[in-house]
Design a protein around this ligand. Structure first.
Ligand code: 6PG
Length: 484
């Protein structure tokens, strides 16, 4: 075993343990440290026994065992612990050494930390790592950003441990400066929320409207997973619906219907509001989790407020096929919106994002991995300046093919009182996006009426603002014109 380690890791929780085992299996010697030091020995003598690990019992020892430039990766809880460990590590580093945060940090924190560490002469990487426990061990998707000078030093390690697509390319590449890597990971998670939500909406319709059993739904997801929807989340849904415990009980039916969330979907929504991007499907998905969490209130409401009695009239198989179309249409909208957000953030933060490259990073290893992402990569390879995924000929055609079934699903759900917030908000976005004219003329008139906020006219050049004295009582003074 080498005397010095190629990389050091702080944080031997589930992700940390699996990621270092992955690194070691690719030939790297890894130094490991954990705040509860007993875990270090437990790991080195346990899962790490006989392997190229160096157990460190202090940060100082960890840094002393690393080849230069030192690479110290943290997989600790997002938030204060990251700042805490940066300050503990920095005194043991030399200029050019690299600190890497592999947790789900909020990108503004990563922007701040990159500057902070660079000001001390060291380099910083904030990287998204997706794929859960199994991905960390067998090949995650890795989305690094931060100090560009750090990338050549970690590229080989990161790309060798990352998931690979069929052509052999790694699901890992440099994303961009500062918080770009964590921003892209945040959008990944937002999209993950959206994909999960539309799947649950299809599930509820099949269960409550069509009266299907879990076994029947298992078969439907199995079939969907062989088509355009082929993805990890469809695959695990198939398995969950087919899962029975030791007593033959279907576990999914025993799980309380209140969704948890750690915050990355919410951050995606906040970022969209900050940047003025209509990220409706992900936004609805976050709110759907919030509504699910108001269980007690819902139980009370269900006893006093009535709605339509769900009753399906029609061809069941046709409706299942329509559901597939609804999932497809809504999914295309969600990715179009997510990419739109990344484009706006790139221009706001000066990031040069490679959109095809991002699709490739998400194609394998991560939670939203799917065949579909290969088509998104193709769309951006064909036109790197594509302003919206819906304008790509392939996706335009797909969404047009999907819309009839998708509309039938939304209409049926609404008529039957079954909530489908993500599917319907996506459809509404689609209809808004393809509208040359929206009713915002009336809205502008209202703003001008009550607040003299002014409006532009269709018969005058853009940028000229007008005010009407609507009642004859107000003055002619307009308020200043600015947009938040
Ligand atoms: C991943 C996941 C992961 C995320 C979990 C939980 O890419 O491996 O996105 O990073 O933390 O999915 O997220 P929620 O608790 O917010 O659902």
């Amino acid at each position: 075993m080498k005397k010095l380690a190629d990389i050091g890791l702080i944080g031997l929780a589930v992700m940390g343990e699996n990621l270092v085992l992955n690194m070691e299996s690719h030939g790297y010697t890894v130094a490991v440290y954990n705040r509860t030091v007993a875990k270090v020995d437990k790991f080195v003598d346990g899962r790490g026994a006989g392997k190229k690990f160096i157990g460190a019992h202090s940060i100082e020892e960890l840094c002393a065992t690393l080849e230069r430039p030192r690479k110290v990766m943290m997989l600790v809880k997002a938030g204060d612990p990251v700042d805490h460990f940066i300050d503990l590590v920095l005194p043991h580093l030399e200029p050019g050494d690299i600190i890497i945060d592999g947790g789900n940090s909020h990108f503004p924190d990563t922007i701040r930390r990159t500057k902070y560490v660079e000001n001390k002469g060291m380099l910083y990487i904030g990287t998204g790592v997706s794929g859960g426990e199994e991905g960390a061990l067998k090949g995650p998707s890795i989305m690094p950003g931060g100090s560009p000078d750090a990338w050549p030093h970690v590229k080989e390690i990161f790309q060798s441990i990352a998931a690979k697509v069929e052509s052999g390319e790694a699901c890992c590449d440099w994303v961009g400066e500062g918080g770009a890597g964590h921003f892209v990971k945040m959008v990944h998670n937002g999209i993950e929320y959206g994909d999960m939500q539309i799947i649950t909406e299809a599930y509820q319709l099949m269960k409550e409207l069509l009266g299907m059993s879990n076994d029947d739904m298992h078969e439907v997801f199995k079939k969907w997973n062989t088509g355009f929807l082929d993805s990890y989340l469809i695959e695990i849904t198939r398995d969950i619906l087919g899962y029975k415990d030791e007593n033959g009980e279907e576990t999914v039916d025993f799980i309380l219907d209140t969704a948890g969330q750690k915050g990355t979907g919410k951050w995606t929504g906040i970022s969209a509001l900050d940047l003025g991007i209509p990220l409706t499907l992900i936004g609805e998905s976050v709110f759907a989790r919030c509504l699910s969490a108001q269980k007690d209130l819902r139980v009370k409401a269900s006893k006093v407020i009535s709605g339509p009695q769900a009753e399906f009239k029609g061809d069941k198989q046709q409706f299942i096929d329509d559901l597939e179309s609804a999932l497809l249409g809504a999914k295309i909208i969600s990715y179009a919106q997510g990419y739109n957000l990344m484009m706006e953030a790139a221009s706001e933060h000066g990031w040069n994002l490679n959109y095809g490259g991002i699709a490739l990073m998400w194609r394998g290893g991560c939670i939203i991995r799917s065949v579909f992402l290969g088509d998104i990569k193709k769309a951006f390879d064909n036109n790197p300046e594509l302003p919206n995924l819906l304008l790509d000929p392939f996706f335009k055609e797909k969404v047009e093919q999907a819309q009839a079934g998708w509309r039938r699903v939304c209409a049926t759900a609404v008529e039957n009182g079954i909530p489908v917030p993500a599917m319907t908000s996506a459809l509404t976005y689609f209809d808004g996006f393809r509208s040359e004219r929206l009713p915002a003329n009336l809205l502008q008139a209202q703003r001008d009426y009550f607040g003299a906020h002014t409006y532009e006219r269709v018969d005058k050049p853009r940028g000229e603002f007008f005010h009407t004295n609507w009642t004859g009582r107000g003055g002619d003074t307009a308020s200043s014109t600015y947009n938040a």
